[in-house]
Write a protein that binds this ligand. Sequence first.
Ligand SMILES: Cc1cc2nc3c(=O)[nH]c(=O)nc-3n(C[C@H](O)[C@H](O)[C@H](O)COP(=O)(O)OP(=O)(O)OC[C@H]3O[C@@H](n4cnc5c(N)ncnc54)[C@H](O)[C@@H]3O)c2cc1C
Length: 366
Amino acid sequence: MAGKRIVILGGGFGGITAALELRRALAADHQITLVDRRGTFMMGLRKLWVLIGRGTRQEGTRSLDSLKARGIQVHRAAVTAIDARTRTVRTDTASIPFDYLIVALGAEPRTDLIPGFGPPAFNLYDPDDAERVAGRIRTFREGRILVAVLGVPYKCPPAPYEAAMMLDDLFRKLGLRDGVEIHASTPQPMSLPVVGAAGCAQVEGQLAGKGIRFTPNRKVMKVNGNSLVSDGTTIPADLLIGVPPHRPPAVARESGLTMRGEWISVDPATLRASIDGIFAIGDVVEIPLANGMALPKAGVFAEEQAKVVAAQITGEITGRPEPAPYRGHGYCFIEMGSGQASMVQGDFFATPAPAVQVTPPSAEAY
Ligand SMILES: Cc1cc2nc3c(=O)[nH]c(=O)nc-3n(C[C@H](O)[C@H](O)[C@H](O)COP(=O)(O)OP(=O)(O)OC[C@H]3O[C@@H](n4cnc5c(N)ncnc54)[C@H](O)[C@@H]3O)c2cc1C
């Protein structure tokens, strides 16, 4: 069989895993091209460590060019269009034809959707802001810090609570905690709805035990400096660290592969989009769960989905038997400060609702 052209859009958790899996499985005459506008990949959780001054973002960053040594073509450019009809991807510098396409373009934090959100407030999910807020925290001596989810969906749902607990730990160690109020809020009815009431009770119990005030159902209309405006009430703060709602990149929304013009729609078992030979994985897709919620956006899911897709493409090209479907199992850790973490683990495709457990915090999980 003539060599196939497999193009992967996005060099994040999903795209890198797909590229590596395919390269391992396929002979060299099959071409694997990874396209990303950035030249580097950074572990998301490093932003939280940067925030509290534990290490630098460079320590969690690697060059995508290192994939070239493994036989993967890396094309650094912005993807501007996906033309499923002509089976071509257009970037700002080239047109790239494909036999198979994997869309792994992630989700974008959209500060513009929250009026007034910007300096002096900080975006927890922006690496530059994580560095800037670390500088502000170094000089923070007393006052109120709000860690606020400003809209949904957003990736790594536990991250804002981790940030609040890591700040608690930091100010305790500095002997400043008595003068620093820490609040966490979300527009959702509980901290992590997808883990269910028992899991949320664990997380919210941890927040309460550390003296972090948690407010669910706080819908934010706008931000005014460091203050939140919710239902006509202003919640003042000295430092606001927000998580904006996420949306798919414009090129994904305009690809013709979406559900109601937003997230890409796929078969949950195969990650196949509506057009033959096109797959989508990770944060850019929305996978509905049995209880009407959506599969959370997290690197562990993107990575697992990438493996399933790589196995299917390999199977089609080499004639190997049909691989196992994607089953929606996953786990992640919630860092809680003081060298402790909880593990969130479960079957997100279970019916009638995800079967997910949150373990008590332990040094082992950390
Ligand atoms: C603070 C924080 C902590 C986190 N902690 C965890 C954790 O502990 N565990 C976990 O599982 N997940 C965690 N995550 C979430 C995780 O980072 C994401 O869910 C994961 O990166 C999604 O992978 P992806 O491949 O779908 O997209 P991404 O990793 O976001 O990759 C998408 C890529 O597409 C590129 N791209 C987008 N549009 C274009 C375009 N038009 N042209 C070219 N390139 C484009 C981007 O540059 C990017 O490199 C965390 C995230 C944050 C912010």
